[in-house]
Ligand binder design. Structure first.
Ligand code: F0G
Length: 474
């Protein structure tokens, strides 16, 4: 590898001005938002790292494609373009568009899960698991143990443990396993990839038992880039080539195109089997729209077709993952505790280690997102005890092994200087970490509480201890 710098394979043609706020304004905004970054107004945010979902910048070609939207109710030309692109890049025969990823998850779950079935998966994603459960399934985590250890340097922490899968098949019988739900670049593990050797092995294992495999290919292109970097025999292959090989082992895929797909809205259900695809097309007309638009405008499908094509280029994905790695390297150089290895879509900070003086009952990750926002206007997402919720039986808080904040990088949106500002803010907070105080609930919703919960500082009235106390060294 050359030691010369690389840069993005594009230049900026249009900008969106941001409102700059003062620290006092941000202190007020976060207090009004109940110390929950989900409740901040986007116009009060400077650098928005809440999610990489639907927050991507489209290219001039995508915007030009929007003008070519064929808004016919049936048989839009943009659908046929999208179908051709999906077949070319993902290789599945049938293409059913949906309004976003969870629309495809809903249909796949209803079509393939019988009540009481087990659905093995490599760690869960919130909406995927919920749809599997709503269809009567029982989610069983079969990811390798390394995925739960934030310090493990294992290069493919998204892998399925074939022994866990074999044990499940032996326990319930192959006919009670609905399918293997195989997520590429596992989001909740920190954007960690699966190896092609593992995909091949577990797909073969499933097929030997007559069990189908469906990918969550939402971030499959980022996964393909890691295979190219880390799996020796794939170093010379293109990302597009690797992507096709990944998909060639599976029976279908659900995709949220709001990530890899470089659009702001859209999803896909991709299938090989004719009969299953026919049932999916019958179902999409009930829940989403006709099978040639699936809840999307023609222009959205055109932007998606062009976005997928752009996303599967090596130069694009090198810059995309490279920017995430740049931020991670800056934080590592300052000894900030982050999940290793760096993932594809963001940097995850170990908040329990960052703020050891805040007990888990006072939600260190939630407190860190609030402090980061006040310090620099950067918005991150809590991924720890608040997101985990309460145990259904005991009603007690669940404290997962990972108490993290996620700095998720939208694609093609922010510059290296934005990453520097983010890193500098986190480093400054780390140097003064004892000043950050914990939080306690003032309002706690029953379902998915992280979205709308409200908090107050566990001591005093601010997220930082008062200045006088700092001077006194308290
Ligand atoms: N699968 C994965 C792996 C996801 O990360 C998401 C969404 C979905 C499915 C659902 O897709 O939002 O289009 O309905 N993840 C977003 C996030 C919300 O912030 O990580 P959707």
């Amino acid at each position: 590898m050359s030691d010369r710098s690389w840069a993005e394979p594009y230049k900026i043609k249009m900008v969106e001005p941001l409102r700059m706020t003062s620290r006092a304004e941000r202190e007020q905004a976060i207090a009004e938002a109940g110390y929950n970054t989900f409740l901040l107004k986007s116009e009060d945010v400077y650098i928005d790292l809440l999610t990489d979902s639907g927050t991507n910048a489209m290219s001039d070609r995508q915007w030009a494609g929007m003008m070519l939207g064929d808004e016919a109710y049936a048989g839009s030309r943009n659908f046929y373009h999208l179908e051709q692109v999906c077949r070319e890049y993902y290789g599945f025969k049938h293409v059913v568009p949906t309004h976003q990823g969870r629309g495809a998850e809903h249909m796949l779950s209803q079509l393939c899960i019988n009540p009481g079935d087990s659905v093995p998966g490599n760690m869960y994603f919130t909406t995927t698991k919920l749809h599997q459960e709503l269809a009567g399934g029982r989610f069983v985590d079969v990811i390798i143990d390394e995925a739960h250890d934030p310090d493990s340097e294992y290069p493919f922490k998204g892998n399925v443990d074939p022994n866990k899968l074999r044990a499940l098949i032996a326990e319930v019988g192959a006919e009670r396993v609905a399918y293997l739900s195989l997520e590429t670049n596992v989001n909740m593990a920190g954007g960690q990839p699966c190896s092609l050797a593992n995909i091949r092995e577990v797909c073969t294992l499933c097929h030997e038992h007559g069990i189908k495999v469906f990918l969550d290919a939402t971030r499959a292109i980022e996964n393909a880039w890691f295979i190219k970097q880390r799996e020796a025999e794939y170093g010379d292959r293109s990302v597009a080539d690797i992507l096709r090989e990944m998909c060639s082992h599976a029976d279908g895929a659900t995709i949220s195109a709001k990530k890899d797909g470089l659009v702001n809205i859209g999803g896909l259900l991709l299938l090989n089997e004719d009969e299953l695809a026919e049932r999916a097309r019958n179902m999409v007309v009930v829940y989403e729209g006709l099978h040639t638009y699936g809840g999307l405008a023609g222009r959205d499908m055109e932007a998606m077709a062009i976005g997928i094509t752009e996303s599967a280029q090596d130069d694009h994905i090198r810059a995309r993952v490279g920017q995430v790695e740049y931020l991670a390297e800056r934080l590592l150089a300052a000894d900030i505790p982050i999940v290793r290895p760096t993932g594809g879509h963001g940097v995850f900070i170990n908040a329990a280690k960052f703020l050891p003086h805040i007990p888990r009952e006072q939600f260190p990750a939630q407190a860190l997102t609030a402090a980061l926002y006040v310090d620099s206007g950067v918005r991150a997402m809590e991924r720890g005890a608040v997101s985990s919720g309460r145990d259904i039986e005991t009603g007690e808080n669940v404290y997962p092994s990972l108490e993290l904040i996620r700095l998720t990088i939208p694609r093609r949106v922010y510059t290296q200087a934005h990453m520097d500002v983010t890193a500098e803010s986190i480093i400054a907070l780390h140097e003064n970490r004892e000043q950050i105080v914990g939080l306690r609930f003032t309002y706690e919703p029953e379902q998915l509480r992280f979205f709308q919960a409200r908090f107050e500082p566990a001591e005093g009235t601010r997220i930082f201890r008062a200045k006088a106390k700092q001077a006194a060294g308290v």
